[in-house]
Design a protein around this ligand. Structure first.
Ligand code: FAD
Length: 116
């Protein structure tokens, strides 16, 4: 029997990566230490340098230079990341996501209980 697992294409990689990034932001501390805040800033710089889709990485690095990570709380980081993702959505002609719903989407589940 053949193994049919294949390398990730750009879209599979993107979906998995956004899932990781938004979940990480949702579970970032409400009151991070100075070191946690600095490390999260550093993480995004390094992430942008090594994200394995060259045009994606280049545009993302430019975007976060103009709009640096907001690391004073989980709420601030999650909103900031939602805005960065929306910048990519707009570039790709996808609908914008309502950033008031990030914690429902990535941490708490929807208010109607459909994720319980
Ligand atoms: P995705 O955009 O992958 O989103 C996954 C899920 O996240 C959605 O179903 C939705 O529930 C939720 N979501 C959507 N928007 C938001 C938001 N703003 N905030 C929170 N949650 C949200 N592809 C390219 O073709 N060109 C690029 O330049 C490019 N740059 C990228 C840069 C980065 C840093 C990353 C991580 C990915 C990039 N991609 C790029 C991939 C692209 O963003 C999508 O992941 C891919 O097109 C698959 O899209 P999708 O419609 O499945 O949903």
């Amino acid at each position: 029997s053949t193994n049919h697992e294949c390398p990730l294409d750009k879209d599979d990689l993107g979906r998995s990566t956004w899932g990781f990034l938004h979940t990480m932001a949702a579970y970032f501390p409400d009151k991070p230490t100075i070191e946690q805040a600095q490390n999260m800033c550093d993480f995004f710089q390094i992430f942008a340098e090594h994200y394995p889709c060259e045009p994606c990485a280049k545009d993302f690095a430019e975007d976060i230079t103009k709009n640096p990570p907001k690391t004073k709380s989980s709420q601030a980081l999650s909103q900031w990341l939602c805005e960065r993702h929306n910048t990519v959505n707009i570039k790709l002609g996808k609908p914008e996501f309502d950033c008031s719903k990030v914690f429902e989407r990535w941490r708490d589940g929807w208010a109607d209980g459909s994720c319980d």
